[in-house]
Write a protein that binds this ligand. Structure first.
Ligand SMILES: *[C@@H]1O[C@H](CO)[C@@H](O)[C@H](O)[C@H]1NC(C)=O
Ligand SMILES: *[C@@H]1O[C@H](CO)[C@@H](O)[C@H](O)[C@H]1NC(C)=O
Ligand SMILES: *[C@@H]1O[C@H](CO)[C@@H](O)[C@H](O)[C@H]1NC(C)=O
Ligand SMILES: *[C@@H]1O[C@H](CO)[C@@H](O)[C@H](O)[C@H]1NC(C)=O
Ligand SMILES: *[C@@H]1O[C@H](CO)[C@@H](O)[C@H](O)[C@H]1NC(C)=O
Ligand SMILES: CC(=O)N[C@H]1CO[C@H](CO)[C@@H](O)[C@@H]1O
Length: 591
């Protein structure tokens, strides 16, 4: 293996000799040809679920399947039944919490794959797989799915999982998956952002925990999804693809929230690093990774924009440098974020006994995006119909400024974008007349630059976003205020050098990525600070990593009114070299 210093010298001496075909673009690779000595567990850093601290009342395996050559096939479905009331009193509904546990193992050579799990078309989890090794790998993901209780209580639905995998002589990895649901009957010590009242304190293992009652899950969840032949997600290949679904809301709907799931693939897998098309055509490059580095996923109702999001740039385990993501995967890779849009202000337009069109699109999107949404609906149980009115609002404009400067293969591309929207409407139900305001604003800035005759690429992206839901009673009292403020920066460096062996090249790669978020739910504040920093290099032939080194440092911190959690890890060349975690607030990561 080369030393890093001699590589840097190589960079200086040989950059000029690298051909145009090696213009630096992040890509996806497999690294299974590298020898790993033992079967290993992979994981994503995150906070343990509050319910993890208690034994579940009831544990059920709801799906078992091996995903081999599943490409172009239908998804895998299994009938789901909730725990019957007779089986055991601790198992049956009503439960206080439900968690999904996804377990997977795989061995051989394989790319990372995207997967979705739906119950009756309602998405519960979007996840991606880790890339296996010859010795085999395994991992597990836990997610609180209490908010999907209304579908979890039904017995007429299928649980469906889609994982499009390719198995042939080269790609041998079959993903063996099990999905379990864990039902909790006891009042779980929770500190979740979704809370409506705080009941008191409890101690667990010497740790002081608040007991909070989670906000009631929605009465009804309606999927905004495809018909399910190829999974319930819609596939978007261009900006003109605007999949939609007609939905008629019950007339006694008092609140509605749209939850959006999204992932990006193919030529948009690294959308945050794509240069404009003019750079690609002027330089006669063959890459399809163009359209610039700005994407916005938006939601429409009857063609009107009701919310949008610049998605968090999740890096899958084969992305940029696969050595970075073993055994700790990139932020969000095992549990992709979903995005909530409060649509209650629009009820005045939606409760007219007619079906309305709910659509999803991607600004500047190229092939391909997988999107779908869940419509969470809360009903007024004491009336057949509520009264509602939406204020009229101008369609919120997005302001995008682009600046491109380049000469041959070198240059820089800057984008600045901002959007602000405020939607207001009142709903009069049996509990009173409440006015809901949903405000969203974000600032986006991106810089993509190429140097050293196109062989050196630097990407800096900053997203600053804020969302607020305010509910005010008729006498002007704020009865609910939910606010989330976040910063999501990512920096990527890739530098290409010629390899020593035939048909090989060397990629120097650095990635820094973080989530800094603060959420307020009334007087309840929680903070997340998650920073991942990876550096290294790899020698590549085609899409296979032949050798290389990688160093990933990550620190995850969580803090709320009740306590703290922090974990700091270091991983070098596929092995965990340090791992410290704590529930003490003193050692929690910096905020
Ligand atoms: C830059 O790369 C192009 C395309 O490979 C090559 O033709 C050209 O000679 C290189 N320029 C320099 C200064 O090395
Ligand atoms: C569940 O899946 C099976 C097998 O794919 C299918 O025959 C059945 O119609 C599905 N049931 C529902 C309720 O979708
Ligand atoms: C791109 O191709 C065109 C037509 O073949 C040629 O005229 C032009 O010089 C090429 N540009 C570069 C930068 O190689
Ligand atoms: C509900 O409250 C809003 C704002 O205070 C008011 O404009 C509206 O007339 C009220 N609706 C009813 C039916 O009382
Ligand atoms: C990656 O980061 C390291 C440490 O900060 C730095 O020495 C190196 O030059 C960076 N690599 C590239 C290609 O810029
Ligand atoms: C501060 C601290 O607890 N450091 C520990 C982190 O973990 C490594 C090994 O996992 C220990 O050696 C350190 O003492």
């Amino acid at each position: 293996m080369y030393g890093l210093l001699s590589l840097l010298l190589l960079l200086r001496f040989f950059a000029a000799a690298v051909s145009a075909s090696s213009t630096s673009f992040p890509d996806r690779f497999t690294s299974s040809s590298l020898r790993r000595h033992k079967s290993q567990e992979y994981f994503e850093l995150g906070r343990p679920l509050p319910s993890d601290l208690l034994p579940p009342s009831c544990y059920r395996r709801v799906l078992t399947h091996s995903f081999a050559n599943t490409i172009n096939g239908p998804p895998f479905s299994a009938p789901y039944t909730p725990p019957p009331p007779s089986e055991s009193s601790v198992c049956s509904a009503p439960w206080s919490h439900v968690a999904l546990e996804f377990r997977a193992k795989c061995k051989g050579e394989q790319y990372d794959r995207i997967a979705g799990i739906w119950l009756g078309g309602v998405e519960l989890l979007r996840t991606s797989t880790a890339e296996p090794t010859e010795k085999g790998i395994f991992w597990k993901v836990r997610k609180d799915i209490t908010k999907y209780s209304s579908v979890l209580a039904r017995c007429d639905l299928n649980l469906t999982m889609m994982l499009e995998n390719v198995v042939d002589r080269v790609y041998t990895g079959v993903y063996h998956v099990e999905v379990h649901f864990l039902y909790y009957k006891a009042n779980v010590p929770v500190s979740e952002p979704r809370v409506s009242s705080i009941l008191g304190d409890q101690t667990f293992n010497g740790q002081k925990l608040g007991i909070v009652v989670p906000e009631e899950p929605a009465d009804l969840i309606v999927p905004i999804s495809d018909d399910g032949d190829r999974g319930f997600w819609f596939r978007i290949d261009s900006e003109s693809d605007l999949p939609s679904k007609q939905i008629q809301l019950p007339r006694n709907t008092r609140r509605v929230v749209l939850e959006l799931y999204v992932s990006f693939h193919g030529n948009d897998e690294f959308w945050y690093s794509n240069p404009p098309n003019l750079y690609i055509t002027t330089n006669n490059l063959t890459t399809g990774r163009g359209n610039g580095a700005y994407r916005e996923v938006f939601v429409t109702v009857d063609g009107q924009l009701v919310g949008s999001e610049v998605p968090f740039p999740v890096v899958f385990t084969g992305g940029i440098n696969p050595l970075f993501w073993e055994p700790v995967v990139a932020i969000g890779a095992f549990n992709l974020p979903s995005y909530d849009f409060e649509l209650t202000p629009f009820l005045g337009k939606l409760l007219d006994k007619k079906a309305h069109s709910f659509g999803i699109g991607v600004t500047d999107g190229i092939s391909y995006w997988l999107v779908n949404a869940n419509l969470h609906i809360w009903l007024d149980h004491k009336s057949k119909a509520v009264k509602a009115k939406s204020n009229s609002f101008p369609s919120p404009a997005v302001e995008v400024k682009r600046n491109a400067q380049f000469k041959k293969l070198d240059g820089s591309f800057r984008i600045k974008a901002r959007r602000r929207s405020d939607f207001v409407g009142w709903v009069k139900s049996s509990s009173g007349n409440y006015t809901t305001t949903f405000s969203q604003k974000y600032k986006f800035s991106s810089s993509v630059s190429f140097g050293k005759n196109g062989t050196y690429k630097l990407v800096n992206q900053r997203i600053k976003a804020e969302k607020e839901v305010r509910v005010v009673s008729e006498i002007g009292v704020v009865v609910l205020r939910i606010r989330v403020k976040g910063r999501y920066p990512i920096d990527v460096i890739t530098a290409t050098l010629p390899g020593k062996k035939k048909d090989t090249y060397v990629l120097l790669t650095n990635v820094t990525h973080s989530v800094k978020e603060r959420s307020w739910h009334g007087g309840y504040l929680s903070r997340v600070n998650n920073i991942q920093d990876s550096r290294g290099w790899m020698e590549v032939r085609d899409h296979s990593v032949l050798s290389g080194t990688a160093d990933t440092q990550q620190s995850f911190g969580y803090k709320d009114n009740f306590g703290c959690y922090s974990r700091t890890i270091g991983a070098v060349d596929g092995s965990l070299i340090s791992d410290n975690s704590s529930f003490h607030c003193i050692s929690a990561a910096r905020f």
